[in-house]
Every structure is written in C-alpha cells, then in structure tokens.
Write a protein of this length. Structure first.
Length: 289
C-alpha cells in the first residue's frame, strides 16, 4: 500500500500537508481549499513559510501588524514568514478561499516580482480559475509516488508563474531584471545566430527575452564591448562575405539571405563596412562567378 501525505478531504475543506521539503528554488509546503463558517478565524499566529490565499467567494478581513484589509472575491493576501497575522471570515458572507504555502531560494524574489511582500501583502487577480485548477491538481497528486513529486512541483511553479503574470507591473523596472548580464547576452547571441537572416531589430530580441531595449543594450555593451545593433550588423556582413566568396548567388539573393529586404540598402551597408560594394568585393577576392 502506497503512503500518502496528510490529506483531509471533506466537502468544505481540503488540505495537503507534510510534503517533504528540500532546498530547491521553490518547494511546496502545503495547500488546500476551504469554505469557512461565519466568523471562522485563524491566528494570531506566525508562519515559517510563505502562504498565499486566494479568495474564491464571500468576504473576510486580514490583519497584519497594525493594518487590516477588507477582502473579497478574487483578492489575494500574502502571509510572510516571521510576521504575526490574523484573518477572519465575515459573519454574514463568509469567504471561501484556497491557499498554497511554499518556500525556497527564489520564493521572496518570485513574490516581489508579482508585487507581493510584507509591505504590500494584498492584490486583486482577474481570474481565480488557474489557481483553483493548480491547487486541485496538487491535491489530486497526494500519493507520495515519484511521478507525483514532479506533478506537485509543476503545479506549484505554475501557480507562482500565474501570480507573476497577473500582478507584475511591467512599468516597474526596478524588479524586472533578475538575471546576470551574461544570461541576457547569451540569449541575444543565440537569437541572432538563428534569426539574422530575417528582418529583425534589436527591439525584437529584447521582446523575445522579456526586457526592454535600453537594458539589453547596456548588458550587451558591458559584456561584448559593442552594441547589439553593431554586433548584428557585423554578423550579417560576415555571413554576406562568406556567401560572396563561396557561392554564385546573386547580390539580391545574398541580401535576402542575411536579413535585408532591400538589396540597395544591403549594398550601402556592405560598402560602409568593407569599403567595397558587394560586386567589387567578389571581384577582388577572385570569385567573380
């Protein structure tokens, strides 16, 4: 008989607890769904892990420190480790909520990316469906078998990612860039290598990576000592030189193959780069095919 985690499964309350913890970027501690009785409360208490509640219906209040928040459907409230909190269901319209508790090396950063912290512990989401599906998925994977470990972890990452997608303020660049410069540069180099033959711009690369153009340019210059625009140009010209030397393709064909829709524009850039037109370059290098 296979072991299961501690699972309470009733009509109004479901909770998965005692999930084995480890030092991962993120790991699940517990989760559940509850339809609260009128006036049902929890606390005051202090948690060891991060705990996110999503209000499914009804109303209640959440108190952290000296602040009290009146919350309703689609509201989210965060409980941070080491902070005393108290929350209580409304006496007339008690709330139902789901929750997932987690921790890990990236837990604080992931929540801050979503704009949630001890200073800003509440938010409003547009749709509770992905959160309900995620928690239900974890509860259904309660048997402690190897495959379910990955299922629970996948659902947790999906829940945290959904928070970031729903709540991240794209205008707040102070929390936007979390990777080393080299990571952004590596992605840029890979993108250029795979797409130089298309009519791409640096803004396309920045959008693909998920950062703004100015920050990408800054990172790239610090690592490569050249702007991404200049690197893309030089990469295309290097490919064009190779095609001129090793093939009998026309200038128009080569132009299109290195990402220029206009062969005249390509020829102008090529001449500025090499000091010769593509035709002259081919002749002087002995490949006038």
């Amino acid at each position: 008989m296979e072991k299961t985690a501690d699972l309470t499964n009733m009509t109004h309350y479901k909770c998965l607890e005692s999930v084995e913890k480890s030092q991962h970027d993120l790991y699940l501690c517990y989760c559940g769904i509850q339809d609260c009785w009128p006036g049902h409360s929890f606390g005051p208490t202090i948690r060891k892990d991060y705990l996110v509640h999503v209000v499914v219906s009804g109303h209640g209040k959440y108190t952290v420190g000296s602040r009290t928040f009146e919350l309703g459907k689609n509201d989210v409230f965060l409980i941070c480790p080491g902070i005393t909190t108290y929350y209580e269901a409304d006496a007339e319209e008690p709330w139902s909520y789901l929750w997932f508790g987690f921790n890990g090396l990236k837990a604080d950063a992931a929540l801050r990316y979503a704009g949630l912290s001890a200073d800003s512990p509440t938010a409003h989401i547009p749709d509770i469906t992905p959160y309900r599906d995620g928690v239900n998925g974890i509860l259904e994977a309660c048997q402690l078998i190897f495959s379910n470990e990955f299922r629970r972890e996948a659902y947790l990452y999906s829940l945290v990612a959904q928070l970031g997608e729903d709540l991240h303020d794209i205008t707040d660049h102070s929390r936007e860039f979390t990777y080393p410069y080299q990571t952004y540069v590596d992605h840029t180099l890979d993108y250029i290598e795979c797409n130089y033959n298309k009519n791409i711009k640096i803004s396309d690369i920045a959008d693909y990576i998920g950062i703004n153009r100015s920050y990408l340019t800054s990172c790239f210059k610090k690592i490569m000592n050249v702007s991404p625009h200049r690197y893309l140009l030089e990469y295309r010209m290097m490919k064009a030189e190779t095609l001129l030397l090793s093939t009998d393709k026309t200038i128009n064909e080569i132009s299109a193959q290195v990402g220029y829709e206009d062969s005249l524009a390509f020829s102008k850039v090529f001449k500025n780069y090499t000091g010769m037109s593509p035709k002259t370059f081919r002749k002087k290098t002995g490949n006038d095919l």
